[in-house]
Unconditional design. Structure first.
Length: 125
């Protein structure tokens, strides 16, 4: 019999403000941090630009995937959105934040190869 005080996150994740969130190890702390991230991106008006967040505290990183709405924006707006999202992630997530610019559709001009931009989080403030 499981402990009645135990918090269980079902596989498949949750959707918060239209953002899919998933914890690799189903840890409560991961969920709390992702909820804070979603709340802050919603407050900033950026939630519609994010499709999902995947969190792996053992691997010490989170991956943020853009939505179709992000891809519909012009390039200047996209870069501004990425910077805003990166700052929110640094304030709310305790791990490195991984934004794959190829997935975000921006590295074709900014980078000449399929390199990834890994933005290290300074931890929650």
């Amino acid at each position: 019999m499981s402990d009645p005080g135990q918090f269980i996150i079902d596989k498949g994740g949750l959707t918060v403000y239209g953002i899919g969130i998933e914890s690799r190890h189903d840890q409560l702390q991961e969920l709390i941090e992702m909820l804070r991230f979603c709340q802050e991106v919603e407050r900033s008006g950026m939630a519609r630009l994010i499709k999902s967040v995947w969190y792996d505290s053992n691997g010490a990183h989170a991956e943020i995937e853009p939505s179709d709405a992000f891809h519909a924006q012009d390039e200047i707006t996209q870069w501004a959105a990425i910077e805003c999202i990166r700052q929110i992630a640094q304030q709310t997530l305790e791990v490195s934040v991984f934004l794959d610019l190829w997935t975000w559709g921006l590295n074709a001009r900014a980078m000449k190869s399929r390199q990834h931009l890994s933005l290290l989080s300074g931890g929650a403030q």
